[in-house]
Design a protein around this ligand. Sequence first.
Ligand code: GLU
Length: 450
Amino acid sequence: MTADTSVASDVHGSLYSDALTRLERAAALVDVHSEVLTRLREPVSITQVSIPVRMDDGGLRLFTGYRVRHDDTLGPGKGGIRYHPDVSLDEVKALALWMTFKCAAVGIPFGGAKGGVTVDPKTLSPLELERLSRGFVQRLADVIGPETDVPAPDVYTNARVMGWMMDEYSRIVRHRTPDVITGKPLSLGGSLGRDEATGRGAYYCLKQLERLRGWEPSSIRVAVQGFGNAGQHVAQLLHADGYKVVAVSDSKGGIFFPDGLEIPALIEAKNARRGLHDVYCDCSVCECADCMKHQTTPITNAELLQLEVDVLIPAAIENQITEVNADGVRANVVVEVANGPVSSQADEVLMENDVLVVPDILANAGGVVVSYFEWAQNRAGYRWTLSEVRERLRQTMDSAFASIYGRWERGATPDMRTAAYAHALERLGQAFEDQGTARFFSAHDGTGAV
Ligand code: GLU
C-alpha cells in the first residue's frame, strides 16, 4: 500500500517564515516592546549533529539530527524529538518557536525547543533504532539537561525511545536523571496520563465548545486525520461521549462511515498488529476496515479534509490545509491536534469562510502540560494519581481556553490563533520587560539609581 500523506506538499514554503508571520500578526495587536520581537525572531541556539549508527548488516550509516532551543526566558527549553524523513532545520526551528508560544499560552514554566532526526524509523530494526536514539543523546548531551532543555516524544518517537534516551543521558552524567526527558515509560519515571494527554487536552477544548455552542454530541460529526497517539485518544474520548466520529485516516489513507465508526474496535485492530516490537504500528486503518460491523468507504486524506462534518481534527503533520484546499473545508470547527496543520494563507481563507480554528498551540498543549507534571513529579520524587493529573490538566486547559476564546470573542483579534499568540506574547513580553528593555534603560540614567 502506498503512502497518502500530504495533500499539498508541493506548496510548502519555509515553515519558519510562516511561523514568523503568525508572530508578527499577533505582535501588531499587543503592546510589547519591539525588542521582544527582535529576540523572538531568532532561536537562542541551533545544534546540528551527525550520528553514526552501526547497522545490523555491519555497515555504518550517518544520520543528521537537530536540536533548536528557540527561547528559554520562561524556563528550560521544552519540546519533542521527531524521527521523520522530512525533518529539516527549517521545520525544527518552526516547531521550536511553536513550543515557546505553546508553553507561554498555557502558562507553564518552560521555554520552547524541538529536535529531530532525518530518518524513516520504520525502515530500522529495533536495535538500530535503539543505537540511533542513544547516539543522538551522546551528541546532544551538552545542550540538554533537566534545567536547560528537556526533550519529549513527537512524531514517530514514543515512551520506549524516551526511556532509551533518558538511560543514555543518565549513563553520561553518571547518575539517574529521570527529569531530563518526559514521556518516559511509567517504570522509568513516566507520569500517569502522559500517553493520553495530547488527545485529552484537545478533548477538553472541544468540551468547552460543546458548552458554549450548546452542542448535542450525538448530532456532531467528526473527522480525524491522523490516527497516531493523539488522534486515537481524542477520537476515543469523543466516541465515548456519543460524538459521531465518521472518518479517520493515517498515512496510508482513511475510512468513512456516515453513522459513526466503532472507534474502540478500530484502535484495538490497528494496535494489535505492531511492528518493531511495539515501537511502530504497521497496520493502517484502511486494513482494519474488516473489523467494523458496517461496510465502510475507503477515502484518501485529501477527501477526509473536505468531508461535510461539523468538526475536523487534523492530527497528523504540518501543512495539510493550505491555500490550495482551504476553501474546500466544510467543517465549522477545525481543532489542530497536529503542529502546524494549517498554513498562514489558509488561515485567511478559513476566517473568511467563518471556520473557527482552535489553534495548535492551545489544542495540542495537553501533551506538554502533562510533560510539565511529569518533570515536576520527577524533581519532587513524588507521584501523582491519574485523577490528579487529569484534573490539573483540565484546569490548565480550561483556563487557557477561556482566556484565548474570550479575547477572540471580544473582537480583540480576528481569529483564535492570533488570540493565542497575543496571550502568549503578553506573558513573554512581561518577562522580557522585567529583564529590562530599552524602555527601562532609557528611563534610568545609568548611575545605578533604579
Ligand atoms: N511533542 C509534543 C508537542 O509538540 C510534546 C512536547 C513535550 O511534551 O515537551 O507539544
